[in-house]
Design a protein around this ligand. Structure first.
Ligand SMILES: [Zn+2]
Length: 347
């Protein structure tokens, strides 16, 4: 048999075997057998030098052509088997007897839920819910609330000022430090009787730690009418506390000072952990302060042209994040804004 016939035989054999390969392992075995160092084709190529010069060209050419053809066929076969493999894997994946993958269900953020719950309690008592701008003028945030420039109360609310100067060179724009500016905005635009609650974001220039963050939420509320007294304030807030924290939680009022109310009070509820006997959470007092309130200062009313001789009102404001913290014993306010689903899914 001439060498050329041998090459022809190798070709038939190799291509025939290739058709029968079924996976990557068999392909590799085929490659070693027909294209490897010890393959017969390689032997032919190595023995070229021993052939008569006139045959070298024809035999060498035929052997190299076969080598190229086998390499190409191998590549094609690899591709075909690869496709079959992925297709069969896809069929295997679809096992209709397996339970389905439940897509995660979204839910409201705990702070949003508390705002909703509080708003519902107050609207059931005749309050209406309004929202206001978070970027505010100095006038509404301080001035109109009886906190003029140089008033020490400004120092208690570290303010984020907006980088904006008016023609007088003043910086009158800020991120509101409380929700109280909306008291003034509502009073400017509506006549008493008024009963309004204002939930929303407020901002302070504060370093972040377990109890401080630069953005948090408050809910503000006020009522103005003829003959509104401290008894209305207490009645409204007792009712709120009982409905929100439960009938059995005691609540109490004590004197406090805020520039825009006179007199001012703070309301505390009985500590949920120690039931009033004193623990670490309540600083051994048995009580936890939840809000500040008071009778609206006559000067605030005068400024918006409401006659303090004829009308009076009460106002209150409370931090929102504190409430679920107290309710669920959360000791780090940063958790609310850390986007950790393990935390957020608990509510
Ligand atoms: Zn306690």
């Amino acid at each position: 048999m001439s060498v050329l016939q041998q090459i022809e035989g190798l070709k038939k054999e190799a291509l025939g075997e290739l058709e029968n390969t079924g996976d990557a392992g068999q392909l590799e075995a085929w490659r070693v057998r027909h294209l490897g160092k010890k393959s017969r084709l390689n032997e032919v190529l190595r023995s070229l030098s021993s052939l008569p010069v006139e045959d070298r060209k024809t035999v060498g050419g035929a052997a190299n052509r076969l080598k190229a053809e086998l390499e190409e066929s191998l590549a094609n076969r690899e591709e075909v088997l690869g496709k079959q493999h992925t297709a069969s894997a896809r069929v295997e994946q679809l096992d209709i007897t397996l339970p389905g993958c439940r897509p995660p269900i979204g839910r409201l953020h705990p702070v949003t839920r508390v705002i909703g719950e509080m708003s519902r309690i107050f609207t059931s008592m005749g309050f209406q819910v309004v929202e206001g701008p978070e970027v505010e003028w100095d006038y509404y945030n301080f001035e109109a609330l009886n906190i003029p420039k140089e008033h020490p109360a400004r120092d208690t609310m570290a303010t984020l000022w907006v980088d904006y100067e008016n023609e007088k060179g003043e910086r009158p724009m800020l991120m509101r430090t409380h929700t109280s500016p909306m008291q003034v905005r509502v009073m400017e635009n509506a006549e008493p009787p008024l009963r309004v609650v204002v939930p929303g974001k407020v901002y302070r220039y504060e370093a972040i730690d377990a109890t401080h963050i630069p953005m948090f939420h408050q809910i503000e509320g006020f009522a103005i009418d003829t003959n509104i007294t401290m008894a209305d304030l207490k009645g409204t807030l007792y009712e709120f506390a009982h409905r929100f924290f439960g009938r059995d939680r005691k609540a109490r009022f004590r004197c406090d000072y805020f520039p825009f109310v006179e007199p001012g009070v703070e309301m505390s509820i009985e500590c949920a952990v120690c039931k009033g006997s004193g623990c670490r959470l309540c600083g051994n007092s048995g009580w936890i302060e939840i809000l500040g309130a008071g009778m609206i200062h006559p000067r605030v009313l005068e400024r918006v042209n409401i006659d303090p001789q004829k009308f009076s009102g009460f106002a209150f404001g409370m931090g929102i994040e504190r409430i679920p913290m107290l309710r669920y014993g959360i000791d780090d306010i940063r958790l609310f804004y850390g986007s950790d689903l393990r935390f957020l899914r608990q509510f």
